[in-house]
Design a protein around this ligand. Structure first.
Ligand code: CU
Length: 102
């Protein structure tokens, strides 16, 4: 039993390391964009973004995304430069991470 617990503790430590070290990695994976519109009632934001290879968007474009949580609608506003990550789920593009770019 004691051995099992130490394995769990190691697992937790590794997870923490990934979160900490993941900061740089996450930065690199984010796409640059600029907010052009926030539609809070619809839970949607419009972002003019640079290339997103994972969605075969080789060139930048302006498009509407749903947001994963309502907090994202207050974290950014139209005109803000942002870095974001999105997923394609059931035919919709959903922003899963967004932060203001400096
Ligand atoms: Cu796009």
């Amino acid at each position: 039993m004691k051995k099992k617990l130490s394995v769990l503790a190691l697992g937790a430590a590794l997870t923490l390391n990934v979160v900490t070290a993941g900061h740089v990695w996450a930065q690199a994976a984010l796409t640059d964009g600029q907010m052009t519109k926030v539609d809070a009632s619809a839970g949607k934001i419009t972002i003019k973004h640079g290339p997103m290879k994972k969605f075969d968007m080789e060139d930048g474009m302006t498009m509407v995304y749903r947001v994963q949580g309502p907090a994202m609608l207050t974290a950014v506003k139209a005109g803000d430069k942002v870095k974001f990550e999105a997923e394609h789920v059931n035919g919709q593009f959903i922003v899963t991470t967004i932060q203001k770019a400096k």
